[in-house]
Design a protein around this ligand. Structure first.
Ligand code: 5GP
Length: 112
């Protein structure tokens, strides 16, 4: 299922890109919920965590590595939160797997 994130990958719509490689893309969230809020997505059109198959291991692993690396580059040395909203109950709005990285403030727990 194509989504707005496919258009960001293809550069049809602009985004503030923080990292790009063959497997994944990291860019700032358009509606930040913390002083630093970026998304890391696989370039492959995977709908959600619930749709992963064995062949996605490298792409998802790469996304997590890049999340860690970009968090460091963005100065989140005091910590951050990594979230993958999944499906309806998970509050997922964009049907393309994405990892949120939020930091720069104290994040409460549990989330809403
Ligand atoms: P979800 O609720 O699916 O986990 O999160 C989707 C996220 O994508 C939201 O935080 C939303 O602000 C972000 N988002 C939606 N459309 C765009 C867009 O066109 N550009 C960027 N940079 N972020 C977007």
């Amino acid at each position: 299922m194509s989504s707005i994130f496919s258009k960001i990958i293809s550069k049809e719509i602009p985004a503030d890109i923080l990292h790009e490689d063959d497997l994944c893309l990291a860019f700032r969230d358009i509606n930040p919920q913390a002083p630093t809020h970026f998304l890391v997505i696989p370039k492959k059109e995977i709908v959600s965590m619930a749709d992963l198959v064995d062949e996605d291991q490298a792409a998802v692993g790469r996304c997590l590595l890049i999340a860690s690396r970009v968090a460091f580059e963005q100065g989140l040395e005091n910590g951050y939160r990594l979230i993958a909203n999944t499906g309806e109950d998970g509050g997922q709005e964009v049907p393309h797997l994405h990892f949120h990285v939020l930091g720069g403030r104290n994040l409460t727990w549990p989330p809403g």
